[in-house]
Design a protein around this ligand. Structure first.
Ligand SMILES: NC(=O)c1ccc[n+]([C@@H]2O[C@H](COP(=O)([O-])OP(=O)(O)OC[C@H]3O[C@@H](n4cnc5c(N)ncnc54)[C@H](OP(=O)(O)O)[C@@H]3O)[C@@H](O)[C@H]2O)c1
Length: 161
């Protein structure tokens, strides 16, 4: 099963200058819990943006320009990666960024979105999606430093692509 996980602002803001915008402890902890011991799928920019290796997770990186990575598996072709993911009997987490969320959206059964009630300048956004096609369940409601957020699980209704 393909799932996606992201932290987004009120206008779907994801990142700026290839950096994260949002730094909320509760969101980071939830990201860790939800991705631990799983395969994590990411695009070249997100791979480059990570300040350190995310331990105990298996990297699958999509890029045409990166020639090798010290750990994990590199894919140059989206369809090859997608077909591989479809053979797996486990939850795989797409962790970004914008390009990857867009590409995997039609195939993702679950979206774990930290919906942050704030706005920020950004140059990377989560794609718009038809919320009526998903069942929405709030997993966590919280507030940190005056910023409130909800961690929401969207589960796709009906057939996947
Ligand atoms: N808020 C959050 O939860 C969150 C999570 C993750 C990332 N982010 C933010 O999102 C931003 C990065 O997003 P992004 O859209 O710029 O980058 P991205 O999705 O991480 O990576 C894009 C790159 O992936 C490769 N790629 C994408 N589609 C491909 C395909 N079909 N075939 C082969 N390679 C493909 C390309 O790499 P090549 O150019 O090497 O071919 C492309 O340039 C950053 O600001 C980051 O901090 C936010």
């Amino acid at each position: 099963m393909i799932s996606m996980i992201a932290a987004i602002g009120q206008n779907n803001e994801l990142g700026k200058d290839n950096k994260l915008i949002w730094h909320l402890k509760g969101d980071m902890q939830s990201f860790k819990n939800l991705t631990m011991h799983k395969k994590i799928v990411m695009g070249a920019n997100t791979y480059r943006s990570l300040p350190q290796r995310l331990e105990n997770r298996e990297y699958l990186v999509l890029s045409k320009s990166i020639k090798e990575i010290p750990y994990g598996t590199l894919y140059h072709d989206f369809t090859k990666l997608l077909n591989y993911l479809k053979t797996l009997d486990e939850e795989v987490m797409v962790i970004g960024g914008s390009k990857l969320y867009e590409a995997f959206l039609p195939y993702a059964e679950r979206l774990y979105l930290t919906e942050i009630k704030a706005e920020s300048p950004a140059d990377a956004y989560f794609p718009n999606f038809a919320k009526t096609n998903y069942k929405r369940r709030v997993l966590v409601k919280n507030q940190e430093n005056g910023i409130s957020y909800e961690i929401v699980l969207y589960e796709k209704k009906g057939e996947l692509k």
